[in-house]
Design a protein around this ligand. Structure first.
Ligand code: PAF
Length: 282
């Protein structure tokens, strides 16, 4: 595996693979890799022959009081894991390479509306940072396909919409959420949990499952399911930002004929803000 820090080096490597007729699949990450990220690389295998992963903790997607400075960074371990997983190219730019005029002054990409609901309501500017950096990364790598985790369901929905609206010729592949045995979705932010909080955290998945079961059974009162979810999380010691039932296709309000639903939540537990979701067909 090659480890590069410059945009020009990525372009050169990808150009050579393209000339050789190979399909390139891209996995963007913020590093501190765990089994969830490895499953994205696993999903990538079905879509091409060459694999690029980026490791970039993107300052633009962190609010002023968020954990940018403390976000776990483990570059050497990440490099080893990517290499062992068969990645061909690791792109680890610094902030100046990605934002030559600084991240505050950078040109931005925004998906209005979708960026402002759910997590967007509680993390203003977050999704503008995500869509901006993903748009830039997709322009740098120009992959045939790019893989994103379903754990960040709103992010995945926004990226699909951005790619479609900006006519970007890339296939977006969704990879299923990886969970610990007790249901907690894997996340770098799980490291912020104390032992006692880690024992409480599976309440998120349990509560989502209860809501998903009620929806699957045909319950129509979405507001009641949302209220119950919020109360259940609070009763189990979490501080939820939201617990919401949406149409999976576009995160709009579900209609009578909606078949594909998603229940999403974000909740604080100690120093961590955890997100998770479950999709439901009915
Ligand atoms: O999901 C993430 O790790 C990040 O939001 C992403 C897509 C790498 C953009 O910084």
């Amino acid at each position: 595996m090659r480890n590069v820090t410059r945009i020009a080096e990525v372009r050169e490597a990808v150009r050579d693979w393209r000339r050789a007729g190979q399909r390139v699949v891209f996995v963007p990450t913020m590093g501190n890799l765990h089994a969830g990220h490895m499953s994205l690389l696993e999903a990538a295998r079905a879509h091409g022959e060459r694999f690029v992963a980026s490791i970039f903790v993107n300052p633009m997607q962190f609010g002023p009081n968020e954990d940018f400075a403390h976000y776990p960074r483990t570059p050497q371990r990440d490099e080893r894991m990517l290499s062992e997983a068969g990645c061909d190219l690791m792109f680890m730019p610094d902030v100046a390479e990605m934002y030559p005029f600084g991240s505050a002054a950078a040109t931005r990409v925004e998906v209005p509306g979708l960026s402002d609901i759910l997590c967007g309501e509680f993390r203003p500017g977050h999704f503008q940072g995500v869509t901006t950096v993903v748009c830039k990364l997709l322009h740098i790598v120009e992959p045939d396909a790019a893989v994103f985790g379903e754990k960040d369901f709103q992010q995945l929905t926004l990226i699909r919409r951005m790619v479609s609206e900006l006519c970007m010729p890339v296939q977006i592949v969704a990879a299923a959420t990886v969970r610990d045995a007790d249901g907690l979705a894997l996340s770098s932010r799980n490291q912020y949990l104390t032992e006692a909080e880690r024992a409480q955290a599976p309440a998120i998945h349990r509560t989502l499952r209860e809501a998903a079961a009620r929806l699957a059974a045909g319950e129509q009162d979405v507001a009641a399911i949302e209220r119950h979810g919020l109360r259940a999380l609070e009763a189990q010691g979490l501080r939820p930002d939201y617990f919401a039932v949406k149409r999976a296709a576009d995160l709009g309000p579900p209609q009578a004929d909606t078949r594909h639903w998603v229940v999403l939540t974000a909740a604080h537990l100690g120093k961590a803000r955890l997100i998770d979701n479950l999709q439901v067909e009915r």
